[in-house]
Design a binder for this molecule. Sequence first.
Ligand code: URP
Ligand code: ZN
Ligand code: ZN
Ligand code: ZN
Length: 482
Amino acid sequence: MMEDADVYIEDGIIKKVGINLCVPGGARVIEAKGKLVIPGGIDTHTHMQLPFMGTFAIDDFYTGTRAALAGGTTMIMDFALPQKEESLIEAYHKWRAWADPKVCCDYALHVGVTWWNNKVPQEMAQLTREHGVNSFKMFLAYKDLWQLNDEELLEAFKACKEIGALAQVHAENGDIIKENSKKLLALGITGPEGHEMSRPEEVEAEATMRACVLANQVGCPLYVVHVMSKSAADVVRAKRKQGCVVFGEPIAASLGTDGTHYWHKCWRHAAAFVMGPPLRPDPTTPNYLMDLLANGDLQTTGTDNCTFSASQKAIGKDDFTKIPNGVNGVEDRMSVLWEKGVVSGKMDACRFVAVTSTNAAKIFNIYPRKGRIAVGSDADIVIWNPHATRVISAQTHHQAVDFNIFEGMEVHGTADFVISGGKVVVEDGELKCVAGAGKFVATLPFSPAVYSRIENRDRVYAPRKVIRAPYDGVVTAMNVTL
Ligand code: URP
Ligand code: ZN
Ligand code: ZN
Ligand code: ZN
């Protein structure tokens, strides 16, 4: 809903919304006439300072959240990813210790289920009960690192359902990727184009379908992170149409650019776009994903922000399988969405708010504290100027990384003022944020937006036996000793 109103905030909370509010003398007034006062963006998918592929993502919880605020995002959801055999709870505490002193905006954590034994579900339950984690990410890719097999996936989905958590999947078939990579390298294809060729669309679509089927078979709700291709998005759409509880998250990269860059003649340029699943060479992909997002087939937007500078990407200069996977997006997601979604005429401003914050808040059970301008909600607010333009560039962005995959894109829509926890942190484009000012936001299980349908389904679809008279005829004696 959109209305003309003033918003009064105090102590980090929205206290009044209405026309001609009475406010105490001395209250600071920010004029927002002609602009939109919207909930701060929620980026559902980031990896600040992730230790990955022999290095650490260069944007840490300070530079990453600072850049988020500059672009109008006031909350990120990052991933604690345990090493093989590492306790999930220890990984969670490690990420908290990294993030708490550095974050400039609020954040939550998803936790990765990167290996499996019978202690893992107990830790998942404890994380949900005591540590504010209501979502777990399972990997169908990264063979020999984080990949689970189907049996383990089923166990993980069952565990999520038991504790009221949302199962997230990285949907690509890691076995096929390994096989194809070997073949391509043997053919001498060592550059970034090999990355996409080793994992074309159907490798993502197969894993997306498999995850949907496995989750549905055990009645577990599913959230597909980084939907990168038309065919994977089609699977999510089809499964939703069949009544499965599944959500899909395209990212700024898949909505704003495409995989033709992998064929760029400059190695550094091409390598900058390497991420998994890859961007797609089909240039109609971003528009297609945006249409699904606009029409409700996809629900949220993340970025998978996981940045590596030139020298880090160069770890894989002779072998595309060694190029650290990840792209930028945390700063530009809101502008890219506005430009490609709203300016293009695909969605209105209300749908923009839904897909940049409200839907995420509902799915991850932090609504209406986040994702809404209403009395009692956190004062995480953006004054969005739909008329202003800027040109995205690594020269001017606030991220630590030395490349921007949206370089040169002119976007309408800028965050003129950003208020995080009641404090003005962006003022006419100037950043004033403080490391450690953000808070960890606990996410509670059994999110109504996810689980209310599950509970009814379990009841309605519970298996029922047929009551019949017992068979009373002759039974052949079995003879199995041959
Ligand atoms: O390339 C990517 N996506 N890097 C981050 C790890 C992940 O799979 O999300
Ligand atoms: Zn992933
Ligand atoms: Zn170049
Ligand atoms: Zn990711």
